[in-house]
Design a protein around this ligand. Sequence first.
Ligand code: FES
Ligand code: FES
Length: 155
Amino acid sequence: MTIRMTINGEERVYHGDPQDSLLTALRASYRLTGAKDVCGEGFCGACTVHVNGEAVPACLRPVGLLNGAEILTIEGLAPQDTPSALQAAFTEHDVVQCGMCFPGMVMSLTAFLRENPAPKRAEVKTALVGNVCRCTGYERIIDAVMSLQNTEGAQ
Ligand code: FES
Ligand code: FES
């Protein structure tokens, strides 16, 4: 089965097993390793990418269901030397420690902020329910998101 997807703006053809997860395809076939393989079961959010604009755990999406899909990974979110406002806020607030959760957090929050550009603190907390961070604690992450209120948003 041939699966065609657009990944970070480039058309890609996947010739592997349609039961493979999107995470496997991204990491093993396309060397896009920003989405992290942590729990593999949809619990931690470290593998979050956008599929047709929606933030989803790539470990739970069989690639066979993604023919024609638009995929955005952390690598395609912003040019390497120009981080998004959210990425810059994470850096300013010293959010990142081991970094395993960071790409998934950014992808989840980017989708969230697109729909909710001026969220309340409690809403940010709820938006993070699917993303686990074992190092930083969530307060600084939420501080970083809230600091965007007076900027141009997360994009
Ligand atoms: S690796 Fe996908 S949710 Fe944890
Ligand atoms: S920075 Fe280590 S899991 Fe979040």
